[in-house]
Ligand binder design. Structure first.
Ligand SMILES: Cc1ncc(COP(=O)(O)O)c(C=O)c1O
Length: 472
């Protein structure tokens, strides 16, 4: 063994040792832990110890580099270890790391609220979003919005309005309230007995379009279903919650913005709040700063998290209208919104978010993203004719590939074949993180992705699909 080989094998041994140390004590999220324990078997999922991040790359403890094509669960915006955000956090840490936000205030929380309200979606003729309530992760933000909607009606004595409407195939997080309005069976099914009842309206998902139906017609048809649901439950619904433009965890399923306009009209007609869950779609992911902008309408409540801090720290913000805020002002404490989390409005996280919004301006990120999205479209297009790709779809910086046996919608793979997982493993062995959603692969890269990285991503995606479907 040469000296170089010897060093290489020592590094690999160190990574193996780390894996063992991890598996001895950690229980990982969204993971069947058995898959990390079964060695080289067909079901094995490699655990990848990461040492550091560098732009769009994650660097393993063994020195291997992985292109982070899923932006570390859709949180990262400008690349890992972005120096301006890191510096803002360091500066804030030297001044004030945390303070109780009940009864106390601090500059990053106020300045961030001011900035968010400035950039929030606006609709002509509608009162703007004027208040920000902080939480510390996406699911908690969703809980806040749901509770606010319910409690607002309760404060007005409208006690019958206690139902939530959500969309089929939607996803809003893992806590019990957020899970109740989610419809992805994998996460929901086992906990169903614990969940508050929600009403589910048809998804406007364009992949479900009938033969000859355009995405807009498909969205209109779904909106008709929503209308019927609201009519059947008149006076009993307090809010509709939607992921605008893209149902992300539901498989990056995309819909025409006309659905959001129709949903807005229907919510107005039925006196129901419209909650935009922009936790995954916000901050430039779908081409505009917020996906709702593409419909030209404004929600009553908007949930933000993930990219809010550029992927550095957990934080959520719920933006609300003045009228919602005013509905809680009273001499009674019980009529106040008493929801709280210890780290609500953490100064470090707020400082990161402010730095992140400054980068959007300084680097003209939305314009740059339009150019990158165009290059992503060019790179993705050839895959549309792959014999196992039924659909290639895109919304700004998100591209998804629907894998099926016959390359059409009617012939999905048997889930037991785990084609998505096989593609994941194949991509990982080539240095790209393509974490699938079932048999759907997607690109949701950091906005700093460059031409060479895009080439690697496209080539690897094709190779991963080929390998995953070779014996299928
Ligand atoms: C649309 C949407 N809402 C809510 C959440 C939950 O956010 P968190 O994972 O921070 O709880 C997610 C997470 O993926 C999401 O995609």
């Amino acid at each position: 063994m040469g000296e170089k080989d010897h060093v290489g094998s020592m590094i690999a041994d160190a990574a193996d040792a780390w894996r063992a140390r991890d598996l001895a004590v950690l229980w990982h999220p969204c993971t069947q832990m058995r898959e990390h324990h079964v060695g080289d078997s067909r079901d094995a999922l490699p655990l990848v110890p990461i040492e550091r991040g560098d732009g769009a790359w994650l660097v393993g403890r063994d020195g291997r580099r992985y292109l982070d094509a899923v932006s570390s669960w859709w949180t990262n915006l400008f690349g890992h270890a972005e120096p301006r955000i890191a510096a803002a956090i360091a500066a804030q840490a030297g001044a004030l790391e945390q303070v109780i936000l009940a009864g106390f205030s601090h500059a990053p929380a106020v300045e961030l609220a001011e900035r968010l309200l400035q950039v929030a979606p606006r609709e002509a003729g509608r009162a703007p979003l004027t208040k920000v309530f902080y939480a510390d992760n996406g699911s908690a933000g969703v809980e806040v919005a749901l509770k606010m909607a319910f409690h607002w009606f309760h404060n007005r004595g409208e006690h019958r309005r206690r139902k939530f409407v959500a969309l089929e195939n939607g996803y809003h997080g893992e806590t019990l309230g957020a899970l109740a309005v989610g419809d992805v069976p994998l996460y929901r099914r086992v906990y169903a007995p614990l969940l508050a009842e929600a009403l589910f309206a048809p998804s406007p998902d364009a992949y479900l379009a009938l033969p000859g139906e355009s995405p807009a017609q498909c969205a209109e048809r779904a909106a008709d279903g929503l209308r019927r649901l609201l009519e059947a439950n008149a006076g009993e619904v307090c809010a509709l919650i939607v992921e605008p433009r893209v149902q992300c965890a539901g498989g990056m399923r995309m819909h025409d913005p006309v659905y959001l306009r129709r949903a807005r009209e229907l919510c107005d007609a039925h006196g129901v709040f419209l909650i935009a869950d922009e936790i995954a779609t916000g901050f430039g992911r779908t081409g505009t700063l917020f996906a709702f902008e593409q419909a030209g309408v404004q929600p009553d409540l908007m949930c933000l998290s993930k990219g809010l801090t550029g992927g550095f720290l957990p934080l959520a913000a719920v933006l609300a209208t003045q009228s919602i805020y005013d509905g809680f002002l009273d001499a009674s404490r019980e009529r106040a919104f008493l929801h709280s989390h210890s780290y609500t409005g953490n100064p470090l996280a707020c400082a990161a978010a402010l730095a992140c919004l400054a980068i959007f301006e300084a680097d003209d990120i939305l314009a740059r993203n339009r150019a990158i999205a165009g290059r992503m479209a060019e790179r993705a297009a050839p895959l549309a004719s792959h014999p196992h790709v039924a659909d290639v779809r895109q919304a700004g910086m998100i591209v998804a590939f629907e894998l099926t046996r016959g390359g059409d919608r009617r012939t999905p793979f048997d889930p037991a074949e785990r084609v998505g997982l096989r593609a994941y493993r194949a991509a990982l062995s080539r240095g790209v993180v393509l974490r699938p959603l079932g048999d759907i692969l997607y690109w949701m890269p950091p906005y700093c992705i460059d031409e060479a990285q895009l080439s690697l991503l496209a080539d690897t995606t094709r190779a991963a699909i080929d390998e995953a479907t070779a014996c299928g």
